[in-house]
Design a protein around this ligand. Sequence first.
Ligand code: F6P
Length: 523
Amino acid sequence: MGLKNYNPTHTKAWQKLTDHFSEINNVHLKHLFGNDKNRKEKFSISVGDFEFDFSKNRITEQTLAYLIDLSNEVDLKSAIDAYFSGEKINVTEQRAVLHTALRNQSKENIVVDGVNILPEISETLAKMESFSEKVISGNWKGYTNKKITDIVNIGIGGSDLGPDMVVEALAYYKNHLNTHFVSNIDGDHTQEILKKLNPETTLFIIVSKTFTTQETLTNATTIKKWFLQTAKESDISKHFVAVSTNLTAVQNFGISKNNIFPMWDWVGGRFSLWSAVGLSINLAIGFKNFKNLLVGAYEMDMHFKNTPFTENAPVISSLIGIWYTNFFNTETEVILPYTQYLTKLAPYLQQAIMESNGKSVDRNGHKIDYQTGNIIWGSTGTNAQHAFMQLLHQGTKLIPADFIGFKESLCGNEEHHAKLMANFYAQTQALAEGKTIEEAHLDLKIQGNFENLENLLPYKVFDGNKPSTTILIKKLTPKNLGCLIAYYEHKIFVQGIIWNIYSYDQFGVELGKELAQKIYKKV
Ligand code: F6P
């Protein structure tokens, strides 16, 4: 069947949205809330432990109706079915896009090139489970018969960012193993990590889908040399495992067949943390927690696949994103989790979103003349408030924000959590409502600031009308984290479909790699 081809800007809905934009552009969120006491409920969607509140976005029911018309006009539903059923929607690489199969909890076959892929997924999960149990329990011994204490993931991009982000996010659930991530080809980075390690008690996981990536192979080679300063070649099997699709290259590197965990070309690197690429996650938090991560993602998958668009959180959020990008001409989106555990969420999403939708040629092979993928950035609240929030509140740019908060903290310090969440809500309210000149005037008077009042007044005004989405989650658990990541994955998919681009290749990273090979002079 394949994905439909069109120019989204030529659809009827796009034209309606263009007209609608001129009507709504100057309407203030305060006015929208003032006119509708049920606005929050009207624009909120619950999924499991999640409440998505879209009400502080510059939308009306009419906006959403036109946006949903757009998704129907481009036949989003058929595209979703093609995505889940394993059609080769990564056309430029002739691959299916099946990270959803990795967390599939149903028994229904998923077929790629005539083969049901579920058995090999289950086999790999079973291998991950038994391997991680051996290492965590101390039954897996190093070359001097000592237990493993440290795990090092050697990989870059999708073979690093997802596992690193999740291990950090789920630190609360972590066992005694220390985890490290070596990614950059910067030898100082590698050296600083090696300094902390004892070769006798360290397990290295080389993660590379292709096993050709310069950074990963250089780091793995340096680390192997370091290991062999004290150990023998025959000890490698006790300390090195690999995750890859390229079995020959892994074996040539010296890793035995038993120590290879498979990857498949129907999983994109940036969507692969659910596969054996997530072995470091599995080792850090145990298989049971890893499994719950998959279950959470599956719940979001089912919500996305089966819920009408009007109630579908990833669809609504994608459409609102398109509304800002293509009508308000915004260029960036900020991700603001109010928990320090999610400090690596923004860098992870940068790759997931920008490598997927940073494209300027459509599915017809034509250069496009409308905006696609956004610049993603962010940090944790409240740190962000003391760093860059000034620009969101009073700068000249419109930056839609995702505020991600949790009802419960993990360690249970209620006073801290109450203060954290007060800040969370305060920011979204301040952005939406702002402060008028009259309100600012009154405040200055109350403060007794009469002398300077007129001079200061313009600087004390907040325009407001700055959009945000609030994602309120019961608690940061492996399951809820899985659900959150899957939400963003599906948002990427929907936006790519509507922009008529191919989201699952990444040819844009190649030119720089080729030139670096040419520029590099062997030392
Ligand atoms: O350079 C980009 C990229 O191809 C990413 O898409 C991928 O996640 C990363 O490199 C690492 O690739 P590999 O897992 O094959 O080493």
